[in-house]
Design a protein around this ligand. Structure first.
Ligand code: ZN
Length: 155
């Protein structure tokens, strides 16, 4: 045993890509499929912190790639840290916290802000007289995700 060394965690984009996820856009928050419930584009990943949250409400979320590794492979904390090369094993008892990082409130706020931006774009189209059923669906879905995020933040 030994201790978890956060600095040794893999860089988030390369970790998620090597796990087989593809990102469609650039930027800090990116969308990809959810491996936990099979959604095609419901997972939001913060490429700087590694935080992740499924907007379909399947419950998959966490604050870093270690939390993802634990959830995806059903591994205990120390085993997941070892699998990611982020564990210094010195034969002594485990030291330090042994729980995954929860998704930070800041990351939840940022993802809600992204959804509200989408709502604002749909509304500005509507004001310009361009409003279709698709726009309404996009607006309703984004609003639903904001409500979901607020529920996670309160949990
Ligand atoms: Zn999901």
């Amino acid at each position: 045993m030994g201790e978890f060394v956060r600095d040794l965690l893999p860089e988030p984009v390369s970790y998620y890509e090597s796990a087989g996820l593809a990102f469609q856009q650039r930027g800090k928050w990116r969308t990809t499929r959810c491996e936990f419930h099979g959604g095609s584009d419901s997972m939001r990943i913060n490429t700087e912190t590694g935080a992740f949250i499924c907007m379909a409400g399947c419950g998959a979320r966490g604050g870093d790639v270690l939390a993802y590794q634990m959830a995806k492979h059903g591994l205990p904390f120390v085993d997941a840290a070892k699998a990611l090369g982020a564990y210094r094993d010195d034969g002594k008892p485990h030291r330090g916290p042994a729980r995954p990082t929860p998704i930070p409130a800041r990351d939840l706020l940022q993802s809600a802000a992204g959804e509200l931006m989408l709502c604002a774009m749909v509304l500005s189209d509507a004001l310009a007289g361009k409003f279709s059923d698709d726009d309404y669906d996009r607006y309703r879905d984004a609003a639903g995700r904001v409500i979901y995020i607020a529920g996670v933040a309160n949990a």
